[in-house]
Design a protein around this ligand. Structure first.
Ligand code: HEM
Length: 530
């Protein structure tokens, strides 16, 4: 009885403390004319136990902020002040002009057991990040992706064969879950072009060993993972004490051994191969350069303007063999789920809008005919309608629904009296901005024409952030777009895509990390006889 009373007392005390803390923060933020939204991480975890996803939170928070005309909102996430920024002009300043204040992510440190984390670009901070990003950026230029194109195209051809088999090869396949085929396609490309390994993904229906390992490497933001993130972000020591990690040891060891033996093999044979490991080996020795003519606006924004103070020796250490393994695995982590998500929703949109599909097929077939029946990197980049369809899909269904920044130097938020301090952070609600009628009229209408040559210029670039923005944007954008164009072109040339009985209309999203449909993406695929 005594213990129960003490426990009840402790609970009451905790609730009172929580309320006092909430009230104190509310008064603080409101004195700076910024609405207070409480503890964002706690809200997301609580919601996940109620069956709501991070996206549900992004959507409802954005709607509320919009209704209150709040362009900046405040959170206190377990002691870390985090602002939500809904204003594209402010985002332009934060992402590009004043980037020096926001070079980091709002990140926790890596748990001991996740040994691959430590050398990944995504988790680097300050000067270390600058040095590594400068080394890796030249591996993703047009010229380098062009070198990998034949690998992408081979996977595209394997994708067509696989779909043909799955739908029975008789031209009337009926229903088909396209996620499985896209999972094989994206994993096959990562295996060949990033790791220099044959994934064997298309050899069988069941996932191959490489596929299984790659899938085990993906993060899912379920309630337990979110709890782990909270514990680790509060104290890595406590996380390590409980043996928390995000990735299983055997999976990390698998990639470590496979990639290191591929490096060793080519060093012994003095052999150069056509993959990212090769590019990273060349980047390690500063043999890669970016030509200015290779850059578009998005990439010019991404140029790191300040010189890095990290010396040459520690830069080389960032990309030693462990660094190459870590970053090859990061490309799989960052590129597998996101690219798959985009592919899934392009197929869905094409099934729902047959006119768009027909128009796209006309463009693809024409380019194919002009190129003697084969695709090339340049021919795919000439397809303007394909580009428009992809851009609109990225707007409507952005694979990454939010991104973040960590403050590296105190920053007075323009238009407010608020000073964001070093170590605090901000959240960028990509999905909310993409569905905001102020920036995209009739936002719930799927309309590739928004991205036509004449309309594109009207779009506010900082309200359209599928790949983020500024120097810390997505390094893999060109890679992703090239592989997505290959897959769509092969698929649309060979199959008519239609909704089937199990197609989700309207769409319901799952609770996974990237935007994904609930329970698979079932569509009807029908072979086109050429
Ligand atoms: C459709 C596919 C993809 C989408 C929508 C996407 C989206 C994003 C977004 C929104 C960010 C955060 C950017 C920011 O905060 O400004 C990001 C970061 C990143 N992405 Fe992608 N991504 C895709 C594919 C890829 C691929 C294929 C790779 C690698 C091969 C990749 C590698 C990365 C890396 C390494 C970062 C962290 C960059 C850094 O912190 O310096 N992504 N991506």
């Amino acid at each position: 009885m005594g213990i129960l009373l003490i426990l009840a007392g402790l609970v009451v005390l905790l609730v009172l403390l929580w309320q006092w803390h909430y009230h104190k923060n509310k008064v603080y933020f409101e004195s700076k004319r910024i609405p207070y939204r409480g503890n964002g991480i706690f809200r997301v975890v609580l919601n996940s136990f109620k069956g709501l996803s991070i996206l549900d939170d992004v959507i409802s928070s954005y709607k509320r902020d919009k209704a209150e005309n709040a362009l900046v909102t405040g959170n206190n996430d377990f002691g870390v002040i985090t602002l939500g920024i809904q204003d594209p002009d402010l985002l332009k300043a934060i992402l590009v002009k004043d980037f020096d204040h926001f070079a980091d992510r709002r990140m926790f440190s890596a748990p001991k057991n996740d040994y691959l984390f430590k050398k990944m670009l995504f988790f680097q901070k300050g000067e270390q990040w600058k040095a590594l990003r400068s080394k890796l950026s030249p591996t993703f230029t047009t010229g380098k992706i062009k070198r990998l194109f034949s690998l992408f195209d081979q996977s595209g051809k394997k994708l067509v064969k696989y779909v043909e088999q799955e739908i029975g090869g008789n031209g009337d396949g009926g229903e088909f879950d396209i996620i499985e085929a896209y999972s094989k396609f994206t994993m096959d490309i990562i295996a060949s072009s990033v790791c220099g390994i044959d994934s064997h993904a298309f050899d069988q229906k069941e996932p191959s060993f490489f596929e299984k390992m790659g899938q085990k490497m993906q993060l899912s933001f379920d309630g337990f993972t979110l709890l782990k993130i909270i514990v680790i972000s509060l104290s890595t020591t406590i996380g390590d004490f409980f043996g928390f990690s995000f990735f299983a040891r055997d999976v990390q060891d698998f990639f470590s051994v496979a990639i290191k033996s591929s490096i060793h093999d080519r060093q012994v044979k003095n052999e150069k191969r056509n993959d990212f490991i090769q590019l990273m080996l060349e980047a390690r020795e500063d043999k890669l350069k970016i030509e200015d003519h290779e850059l578009d606006r998005f990439e010019r924004d991404a140029i790191i303007k300040t010189e890095t103070t990290t010396d040459k020796a520690s830069t080389a250490e960032l990309l030693d063999d462990d660094g190459i393994v870590a970053n090859a695995v990061l490309f799989m982590l960052a590129g597998y789920d996101t690219t798959q998500s985009l592919l899934i929703f392009v197929a869905y949109a094409l099934a729902l809008y047959p006119d768009i599909q027909d128009k796209l097929r006309t463009e693809i077939d024409q380019v194919l005919e002009e190129n003697g029946g084969e695709f090339s990197y340049d021919s795919l980049n000439k397809m303007t309608y394909l580009d428009m369809v992809i851009n609109e899909t990225l707007r409507f269904y952005p694979p990454a629904t939010v991104t973040d920044r960590g403050c590296t130097k105190d920053y007075k938020i323009p238009g407010t009296e608020f000073i964001l301090k070093k170590g605090q952070g901000l959240i960028i609600p990509i999905y909310g901005l993409h569905h905001d009628a102020d920036y995209f009229p009739e936002p719930e209408k799927f309309d590739p024409e928004r991205f036509s040559a004449e309309n594109k210029a009207k779009i506010n670039q900082y309200a359209y952030l599928p790949f983020g923005g500024g120097p810390r944007n997505c390094i893999g954008m060109r890679f992703a777009l090239a592989e997505v164009k290959v897959a769509i072109s092969h698929l649309v040339h060979n199959f008519r895509i239609e909704p089937s009985k199990k197609t989700l209309i309207p769409m319901k999203f799952s609770k996974s990390n990237s935007l994904k449909p609930q329970g698979g993406m079932f569509l009807g695929l029908h072979k086109i006889q050429h």
